[in-house]
Design a protein around this ligand. Structure first.
Ligand code: KG4
Ligand code: ZN
Length: 360
């Protein structure tokens, strides 16, 4: 009897430096032995966004220490590992190179298999780690960098149902916060302000509502918020709260509509009965309520992993690595990092049409 495979995961694709250790039993049950995440946000804050050069340098400075913490918290050494996985894309190339190169060095020195992991796949498979969920299911990924609807048919088999033609949803929250003078990251501040706001005060567009393909667009909504803010200037706290609530309501209506379309398309292809949500925006309560409603109306179960595993982390990377390792699907040591790496290579690129849907 072989021992339970244990995989070290490394995540450096954006502004979180993370390492984690995950075990996977032969029957596919996962457990997290450790998960260490260090955010670089304070280093980027003065610039109002992630600066790639600062991100890469910050990863270099602390990755060794983060890996050492992950191993020590798991109570193991390199010799106990069965493989090492690192995010190889998509993401900021400088950061990806740092994590992937570290993983290659560990693999080489300790004679371990390397698994180059797609960051989107790591998000997509997280529900397998947290609740043993098996495909098929639909994933709504809503983060600062990505907004996608995917049909997870199997490990390694993904169909992209929809994507954004411009901004990611988290980015739309962040830009809205910036416009209204609220602190970054914008999602939590917009949500907080919206709590005391009236969602029916400003009529904002619901981009892409009713379109046959479940794509997203948020640039027009952002512009509409700007125009509404200019028209209502000077903005008092109530006006800011009302704008945030109106923005959130428009977002939720759009995301629910797009997700409903994706679920229906997916169910024509596979026996889908679960909707999984991941990415930092999954923390938003109004969005959760809207999706929970949708799920019960569509007769599917809503699954949202714990928020620390919805946002960027290395446990999801280690888990995706463990899933591939179990299938003897490992990577060559010359695997190159990829800034762009679509999960569904067959997906046709989406070109913005400029039409932004109906007015509320
Ligand atoms: O997945 P994530 O932590 O990181 C990356 O995208 O890499 O997502 C961060 C995004 C940010 O845009 C942030 O504003 C948004 O998630 N976010 C939220 C909330 N919490 C975080 N958006 C809306 N409501 C929230 N409560
Ligand atoms: Zn992510």
């Amino acid at each position: 009897m072989g021992r339970t495979p244990i995989v070290l995961g490394i995540e450096t694709s954006c502004d979180e430096t993370a390492a984690a250790v995950v075990a996977r039993t032969a029957d596919g049950q996962g457990s997290i032995l450790s998960s260490v995440v260090r955010s670089q946000w304070e280093q980027h804050r003065p610039y109002g966004g992630v600066v790639p050069e600062i991100a890469a340098r910050a990863h270099v400075e602390c990755l060794d220490e983060i890996i050492a913490s992950a191993l020590s918290e798991a109570g193991i050494g390199f010799d106990d590992l069965s493989g090492v996985a690192a995010t190889a894309g998509p993401g900021l190339i400088g950061g990806l190179l740092v994590g992937l190169t570290a993983a290659k060095a560990i693999a080489l020195v300790h004679g371990l298999p390397l698994i180059a992991v797609n960051h989107l796949e790591a998000h997509a498979l997280t529900a397998g780690l947290t609740e043993g969920l098996k495909p098929p299911y639909v994933l709504l990924l809503v983060s600062g960098g990505h907004t996608q609807l995917l049909l997870i048919e199997d490990v390694g088999q993904y169909v992209r149902l929809g994507t954004t033609i411009d901004d990611a949803l988290g980015e739309a929250f962040d830009k809205t916060a910036k416009l209204l003078g609220l602190p970054q990251p914008g999602g939590p501040s917009v949500e907080k302000a919206a709590r005391s706001g009236r969602a029916d005060r400003f009529a904002l567009p619901r981009p892409m509502l009713g379109r046959a393909e479940p794509h997203f667009s948020f640039a027009g909504l952002k512009t509409a918020v700007r125009h509404a803010a200019q028209a209502a200037a000077p903005l008092d706290d109530q006006a800011i709260a009302d704008l945030c609530a109106s923005f959130e309501q428009a977002v939720v209506a759009t995301v629910v509509d797009r997700t409903r379309t994706a679920l229906r398309i997916a169910r024509n292809r596979a026996a889908v009965d679960v909707l999984v949500v991941a990415g930092g925006v999954a923390a938003n309560q109004r969005l959760r309520a809207g999706l929970s409603d949708l799920a019960s109306r569509e007769g599917v179960r809503l699954s949202i992993p714990p928020i620390a595993l919805c946002t960027d982390n290395a446990a999801m990377v280690a888990w995706a690595g463990a899933e591939h390792l179990a299938r003897h699907d490992t990577s060559a040591l010359d695997f190159a990092a990829r800034a762009r790496w679509p999960l569904d290579a067959d997906a046709t690129p989406v070109i913005g049409s400029g039409r932004l849907g109906t007015k509320a």
